[in-house]
Design a protein around this ligand. Sequence first.
Ligand code: FA5
Length: 350
Amino acid sequence: MDDKILNLKQKLKNELDGIQSLVDLDKVRVAYLGKKGSVTDLLKGMKELTNEERKEFGKKVNELKQNVAKSIEDKTAELKELEIKAEIEAMPQFDITTPADLTRGSYHPITLVQRQCETIFKSMGFTVEDYAEVVTDYECFESVNIPKHHPARDMQDTYYLENGQLLKSQTSAAQNAILRKYGKNLKENGVPIKAIFPGRCFRNEATDATHENTFFQMEGVMVDKDISISNLIYFMKTMLSEVFRKDIKVRLRPGFFPFVEPGFELDINCLICGGEGCPSCGHGGWLELCPCGMIHPEVLREGGIDPEEYTGFAFGLGLTRLAMMKYGIKDIRDLNSGSLKALSQFTDDE
Ligand code: FA5
């Protein structure tokens, strides 16, 4: 019997020496320690032994079992280490003496302009609000006085989702929520509503140098007693002179939006061509930048605010177009191009 044990030990050693993979090693484990394995097999011969011999032999088989398990364990560790070494060797080699590339990322021009606008409006007491991109028909249209089938909907070719919601086509979609959020403080404590809400908008547009299907707007509202067009013009002027820090020509002309009355279009003289006319301004010399107006009484009422007592203004600044004018970007499509060469050259001038 002792010979059998010795033979098994020697056999196992030889086999382990030749093993190269963990899969093969597991086969050896089963062959020795499994239910029908060689070590378990040794116990079958015990019937012929005397009690005393059986005790002695049982002890030896147990020792052998532990021995085999330990050898397999050691071999497993050895193979795992070899595997890791092979993985490391297969990895691409780095030359640690190469100087580091310290080029830093940069903010997208729209982010830069948005942050500038936020800083300007915050300094004038406005809060900055965030709003969803997927909204309901009520939020985007009905709450701002554009009922179903109103022709003004044709101006915004909207992406509807199968569940009836839609991708926000204008930041005005947040107006009702803002009026409701701050209306209580206005009515109970006399604190004016002053908020801006930048956001991404989506329209099914035929794209050109000034139109994208995905673009940014920044909405702003102010509601209090006795708010008038003069307040609106003051805030628009302040914002533009802070953003551009130079004299720019703007013009205000009548514009129709169902949620303002009266409504205006605020255009900026094209800074790419100086007003001569070019593809960046649709050859008109002026670029529609920031429609605005006095909030329609229906919109105030729908937001829970009494239009007999309060008035307010709203504007919808085209942030993407503002970035174009501020940084001299001729084609709006460059802004969504993802081209680092085109987009990484702008910095914050604050
Ligand atoms: C609106 O979206 C109104 N909600 C704005 C408004 C708010 C009016 C509050 C009155 C009071 P309009 O569709 O004109 O209006 O878009 C506003 C601005 O967003 C435009 O002047 C333009 O600067 C920008 N804009 C509109 N469509 C696009 C587009 N496809 N690509 C890039 N910019 C666009």
